[in-house]
Design a protein around this ligand. Structure first.
Ligand code: FES
Length: 515
């Protein structure tokens, strides 16, 4: 528990993002028949919704399928910073790919930021949009030179920035790099406008509809778990981890991270700006308004999904930081998000493989989904409508750069092998009767590794912990009450249902009588 001499601050029992709690979204039915459209989009986050919005504006017939509820994945759990300052990235991009490509990456983010701003103005969308400077700060000597190199990269690329030696918090800082005139907003209020536009203009939206595969004939068909088909000319996989990867081996070309966010009230006034540190553990800070007051959003603590310490420890670390440095007085929200990073840190946007140009994917945003997700939608809408797009090549999923791809590919897949073996050999003495209420643990049932969660009513829920993707062993995520796979980031509910891919099938339930 967090140590503090003041009265203990109550921790929210359940993870719930402020964004979703503060907006009523419409509900949509499940798909219950075969349908014909021009474009079938899978995924109800910023990418899928923006793509549908753009295509409907151009007269396409579109259906959007979401496995759960709209905006309840990474988009609903974001920090919602709209910025081209994606940590320290531009010097690295110049080193690996040269100035021209680094500039394209900046321009794609800038264009997306501008698109969001224009859409808000055009639709007069009340979404708490504000222009803010973005800061990357450090208190580590090692990162001072990196910040200096990043500033040089800004100069080369014509990015408006400057270095300062302080930020307006009681946090020790040796150097900080500012990118001027970035922005923040309420992502669900913004996207709700698009959702309403889509349905008012003939677009179809289906929730609780899981797309499982693509069948390739004259045109690609999306198949759903209930046996229905979306017959279309184009398929867009905007499902975070692509629900369909063809022969693209995306599970071996990306790694999943989880990170955490808490929403607090502070004794202090928020000074403006959006902040993130350069070193580990990450600390991200911004504010939003809640009933005329300031809600401070403190994020960070990222780690590979399904690996490391108890996930509640990550929330506690953020709480400690907020109490020590930011004058926290109330703890209103906590939530976590999953992000995917590609081998070269640039998203994969475009045809799933070179020989399937009608199946388009968008993934691997490395935590910067507001701009990268919008860029993906702009690029995909251009591809489908036959227009050129200056960023198409940069993000092509079929690209390969020996440096840094080879090194990262080896690292990612060595980590997977390690966890595949480790999970199988794990020994546990825990018995089912040792498990307390609201606790999840691993036990052995007839020698087989089994996950047990005892709910608040005392009922136990048992699952076979072998992940249905490629057989790694899932681990308990205490903060979210889920079973998370350490290999490629699949996540399952306490009943074993898939929350996040690449797994497509639930993990098996185990009968309590077998224990
Ligand atoms: Fe690949 Fe679990 S996500 S084995």
């Amino acid at each position: 528990m967090v140590n503090n001499k003041k009265d203990p601050i109550e921790i929210p029992q359940f993870p719930e993002p402020y964004w979703r709690e503060s907006v009523n979204l419409p509900n949509y039915d499940q798909l219950s028949e075969n349908i014909h459209v021009d474009v079938g989009i899978v995924g109800g986050g910023i990418t899928g919704i923006t793509t549908a919005y753009l295509l409907i504006k151009q007269g396409f017939k579109v259906a959007l399928l979401e496995a759960g509820e709209l905006l309840n994945g990474t988009t609903g759990h974001t920090t919602a910073k709209i910025t081209a300052q994606h940590g320290l990235i531009y010097d690295e991009l110049i080193q690996h790919f040269g100035e021209e490509k680094a500039k394209l990456y900046y321009q794609s983010s800038y264009t997306s930021m501008q698109f969001i701003k224009d859409t808000i103005n055009e639709g007069n969308i009340p979404c708490d949009f504000s222009t803010q400077d973005a800061y990357v700060y450090t208190n580590s000597d090692k990162y001072i030179s990196k910040i200096n190199s990043e500033m040089k990269a800004y100069e080369k690329l014509g990015i408006d920035g400057e270095i300062t030696d302080s930020i307006p918090f009681d946090i020790p800082v040796k150097s900080a790099l500012i990118m001027k005139n970035q922005a923040q907003f309420h992502p669900i209020q913004y996207l709700k406008y698009m959702v309403e536009y889509i349905t008012k203009n003939g677009g179809q939206i289906y929730e609780h509809t899981t797309a499982t595969d693509v069948e390739n004939g004259d045109h690609p068909h999306i198949l759903t778990s209930d046996g229905y088909r979306v017959i279309s000319k184009y398929v867009v996989a905007a499902s975070h981890f692509p629900f369909y990867g063809g022969q693209g081996f995306y599970f071996a070309r990306m790694y999943p991270d989880r990170s955490y966010l808490i929403g607090i009230k502070s004794e202090k006034d928020y000074p403006g700006g959006m902040y993130i540190n350069a070193e580990q553990p990450t600390r991200s800070i911004r504010s939003t308004s809640i009933n005329g007051e300031e809600l401070w959003l403190i994020g960070g603590e990222s780690h590979k999904t399904g690996q490391g310490k108890s996930t509640m420890d990550h929330y506690q670390a953020l709480q400690q930081f907020a109490q020590d440095k930011l004058g926290m007085k109330e703890y209103l929200y906590r939530w976590s998000a999953q992000d995917l990073t590609t081998l070269d840190k640039l998203p994969y946007i475009g045809p799933v493989t070179e020989d399937q140009p009608e199946v388009l994917i968008a993934t691997g945003y490395r935590k910067w989904g507001m701009t990268n997700g919008t860029s993906a939608a702009l690029i995909i809408a251009d591809i489908i409508s036959g227009k050129d797009n200056p960023y198409k090549e940069l993000f092509s999923p079929s690209r390969f750069h020996a440096d840094p791809d080879m090194k990262k590919f080896t690292q990612i897949n060595a980590d997977v092998s390690k966890h595949l073996i480790k999970g199988k050999l794990e020994y546990t003495k825990t018995k089912i009767e040792d498990i307390k209420e609201d606790e999840g643990k691993i036990i052995r049932v007839n020698g087989k590794r089994t996950g047990v969660y005892r709910d608040k009513e005392g009922e136990v829920h048992l699952v076979d912990t072998t992940c249905t993707h490629m057989g790694c062993e899932v681990n308990w995520n205490e903060g979210d009450r889920t079973w998370d796979c350490p290999c490629h980031g699949s996540r399952f509910s306490i009943a074993g249902e898939v929350i996040e891919g690449p797994a497509k099938k639930p993990i098996k339930k185990v009968n309590e009588n077998m224990t």
